[in-house]
Design a protein around this ligand. Sequence first.
Ligand code: ATP
Ligand code: MG
Length: 394
Amino acid sequence: MLFGATWGRQFVPSLRAAWAGTARLSTSRRVGALKTGLVGLPNVGKSSLFNALLGTTQAEAANYPFCTIEPNVGTVLLPDERLDRLAHQQQAQRTVYTTLQYVDIAGLVRDASQGAGLGNQFLANIRECDLVVHVVRVFPDENVTHVEERIDPLADIDIIELELQLADLGQIERLRAKHKNLRLKEPVMHAAAEKLHHGLNSGLPASACELTEEEVAAVRSLGLITLKPMIYAINTEEDQLAEPTGATAELVSALAERGQHGVLVSAKFESELAILPPEDRLLFLEDLGLTPSQTGLGKLVRASYQRLDLLSFFTAGVTEARAWSLQRGAMAPQAAGVIHSDFEKHFIKAEVIAWDQLLEAGGFSQARERGWIRLEGREYAVQDGDVIVFKTAA
Ligand SMILES: Nc1ncnc2c1ncn2[C@@H]1O[C@H](COP(=O)(O)OP(=O)(O)OP(=O)(O)O)[C@@H](O)[C@H]1O
Ligand SMILES: [Mg+2]
């Protein structure tokens, strides 16, 4: 045992791991399996990107629009070098990374809300996502059909955003039609629905409809897509990844001017790369003068994490080294609650050390001797990279 029994029950990774994975989320600060939905026009590379992220060929990716009909769902590990190093130091028997779930759906077209293409009913899969990745085609390959028969990423973005807004407007209209006396029964929801109806009808995304926090919570169950955080995945040629030029660079700056964040990916190339053995992958990248961190996938996963305003904290022992996701700004008891809801209720204290300090010290006991392990209480805001041992009452 690392710590004295007088502290009562404490987190033992091996015993708690199985529970923690299924722990129910009871506060908004808790973070379970986060879902990211891929949206975009048909044939822009959504399924290729999905395959690249998963390192599989699970989703059919081919050069014809509406290749995907049934949604593909897969789980991606968030690689974390800090965790690898902690696991090595602790000689942990296993390493458990945090995960993100990705959902790949059929392409949307202009007038999808009126039933064009495959319609927009499959957006239901995106409503339950926490983050939306909008895949935009910049790659010029003329052998790959573009449904609008031209390459114009900003115009494509406008088509998709309008369709997402119309889908949200449909949700609000259904709500208003279903609950005639919403004003009396659910005044906050009613106020939110009125603002959204007006805003979406004037061409604004739900995120620009100036909802209060309370109103956002009241309409959460509707899963409004334009209320979710969004990232653009700019699907380009592989030689544009390190230093974009031409149309790719223009799109990056146009998005930045709109205050939007774009991540460069090369979906076809990265999906081919992802299924190579790791040694070949590195050689392949070297040939192109790229490092693994310059590929789009790593950047996209990190950007997703940032956009969701998450941080990682770690638990590390002989049986398991594990990364956990937590909403930035959350306090130590809430971090304990991510592992198990009982831990939040019975939280006493947390022993905390930054991951790099623990590595520098050479282990927990050496860190303790140097006085580097801090005792933190309920008011401690957990920092990215903290290694924590929770003390909880039995
Ligand atoms: N960066 C790229 N450069 C060149 N070709 C690409 C690139 N990304 C994807 N492609 C090609 O585009 C075609 C369409 O890709 P994919 O099937 O992934 O699109 P999709 O968005 O999932 O389409 P759908 O909506 O029809 O399911 C495939 O032939 C794929 O190899
Ligand atoms: Mg597809």
